[in-house]
Write a protein that binds this ligand. Structure first.
Ligand code: FAD
Length: 308
């Protein structure tokens, strides 16, 4: 997509929204459909379009969420007990005519009583509940408008890999791929009942990796590491030689390494998202062990174990 002129660039706005419907997709996922008059103006520019969700603090309302151009500064200035909680989510689907936007929430830790504010909210969300969504008001391109999926026309093989938090983005991407696309998607989920059915092109194989096994639960990310290694072997990418890779301390920095200037080039294009330490290990597998050019892969730490 060509870069838009300054006058056409999207604005990043606060959209008041309320829950229209809530549906369980499986033990670990809830789909919340949001609606709101202003959502008619929401603009999504890509298949992994992200938004921020603003949730009122307990006992407060969404009226606490500042709006307007300088919402962020005003949000920062609010006292802790009033400042709405912000979390990042992917737009699973947007229906402009109905002004409806779906987000698929992972319900991590809710049953065990240690869910985060967003997963706990999603587990009990009911029609009429009010939140705010932050996103672009018209389609844009690239990072600042919240989409990273940008395969070059030279890509012959796609590799997508992610845990359950990346499942909504991978689903939206797969369902919009051209029919002649080729590649493999590795999707790691907690249980077999979380496996979803997507419309995917014939040449795109989706490998569901289920952590819960008869004999116990496989550690988060282990199946992704094993399967991505297998896939790269099947693609015939060379192992062994190292290309430079500086370390990222995922406890102090965000792991967010995406092709910088316009779409990448090359035969393999990768999109990887999930728990930051897992993505860091996958990054080593791709870049150091299989010599996939870093410029051909988006590596995204969507969350970090033990951190909000
Ligand atoms: C671009 C982007 C897109 C995203 N899209 C989605 C999406 O579509 N759906 C979705 O569910 N998530 C998505 N996420 C991840 C989501 O933002 C995080 O999981 C977020 O931390 C959830 O907020 P919370 O309030 O529930 O938990 P927090 O308050 O942030 O965290 C509380 C505790 O839970 C842990 N935790 C957080 N997430 C998980 C998890 N998934 N599994 C296990 N433990 C966890 C944290 O490490 C922390 O210890 C996305 C993140 C990014 C950056």
């Amino acid at each position: 997509m060509a870069e838009r002129s300054g006058a056409q660039r999207p604005r990043y706005l606060v959209f008041p929204a309320r829950v229209a419907r809530a549906e369980r997709l499986g033990p670990s996922f809830a789909r919340i459909t949001f609606t709101g008059e202003q959502l008619h103006r929401f603009g999504t520019g890509g298949d992994d379009q992200r938004v921020k969700l603003a949730l009122p603090r307990p006992g407060r309302t969404v009226a606490d969420m500042p709006s307007g151009e300088n919402w962020y500064t005003r949000w920062l200035e609010l006292p802790d007990e009033i400042r709405p909680t912000l979390r990042t989510y992917t737009v699973r689907a947007f229906r402009e005519r109905e002004a409806e936007l779906d987000i698929d929430f992972v319900l991590h830790g809710v049953e065990e009583g240690h869910g985060g504010p967003a997963s706990t909210w999603a587990a009990t969300a009911a029609p009429g509940d009010e939140v705010a969504l932050l996103g672009p008001d018209r389609p844009g391109t690239g990072r600042m408008w919240g989409c990273e999926w940008s395969p070059p026309s030279t890509a012959r093989q796609l590799v997508l890999a992610g845990d359950e938090t990346a499942v909504p983005a991978m689903a939206a991407i797969v369902e919009s791929l051209p029919h002649d696309s080729r590649g493999v998607v590795c999707a790691e989920v907690p249980t077999a009942a979380d496996v979803q059915t997507w419309r995917s092109p014939r040449g795109v194989e989706v490998r569901w990796l289920v952590r819960q096994r008869a004999g116990g639960t496989v550690p988060h990310g282990a199946l992704l590491e094993e399967t991505v290694t297998e896939v790269l072997g099947e693609f015939g990418s060379r192992g062994g030689a190292h290309s430079g890779l500086e370390d990222v301390d995922v406890d102090t920095a965000t792991l967010w390494e995406v092709p910088d200037s316009g779409p990448a080039s090359g035969e393999v294009y990768g999109w990887l998202a999930g728990e930051a330490a897992v993505i860091k290990r996958l990054r080593r597998i791709l870049v150091q062990e299989h010599r996939v050019p870093r410029t051909a892969v988006a590596f995204m730490g969507y969350w970090r174990e033990g951190r909000s």
